[in-house]
Design a protein around this ligand. Sequence first.
Ligand code: COA
Length: 257
Amino acid sequence: MSEHVLVEREEGLLTLRLNRLDKKNALTRAMYSSMTEVLQQADADPSVRALLITGGDACFTSGNDVADFLQAPPTSQDSPVFQFMRTLFEFSKPVVAAVSGPAVGIGTTLLLHCDLVYVSRDAVLKMPFVSLGLCPEFGSSLILPRLLGQAKAAELLLLGESFRGEQAVAWGIANQALANGAETLAKAREMALRFQQLAPSAVADSKRLLRAPGREELRRVIEEEGVLFGQRLRSPEAIEALSAFMQRRPADFSKFA
Ligand code: COA
């Protein structure tokens, strides 16, 4: 188990806390593998009724570790990040997220696959894939236009515009915006604990029904995005952008046709 993923158990609620604050909770291959393991065990354990995903009070996650993207890009469907997102996508129990501070890249994408999302007002959500020479991932190119319409989705996915907690609620990405990180986590925990009182198979059946419409199309889009994302990670554009982040300089795309 990665030291950067903490697992807490409280009655039937399993909390998965990202804990790599010196790197703004950037997600490494080891962290994805640990999270996959936790999710698989939680899904198989009848005493677990819900899962809560959170980060720190000041940061949810800065997204995929950029050094990992350069050194060990996830170019196969067996890569830890794909395994984690597939496991989240197929997870049969309710997943609740508590988000404060930045939620970058996959930090925002994964919220689209959670059932209940609580955000602090100061949360900053952002999907800067194109700025990194990449493309949308894990269904966001299908889910976001459906939620927000093509025009807004284009601002978020093509220009990588960021948005705050209250906007995430207005767009239907999150349930409620709270004053700060502590209140956000408390609310998310309170709602996640409610599943303790509910009939587990009725919850699971209902989650499946809620997520059924368009699911096959979503699966196809996730696969298509995954192939393209892997190709793009090896592209000179992405290598320039990711190297620029590591070197703390702006990316220079002027040489690309
Ligand atoms: N991968 C690897 N390292 C990361 C990282 C990431 N995704 N995000 C932040 N870090 C590291 C920084 O390099 C820095 O490391 P250092 O202290 O060794 O120099 C440390 O975390 C702190 O980050 P910093 O950028 O200085 O903090 P900040 O408060 O100014 O900004 C963010 C925080 C989250 C807004 C900013 O780090 C950011 O935008 N990161 C996103 C990177 C990204 O594009 N992710 C998407 C990948 S698809």
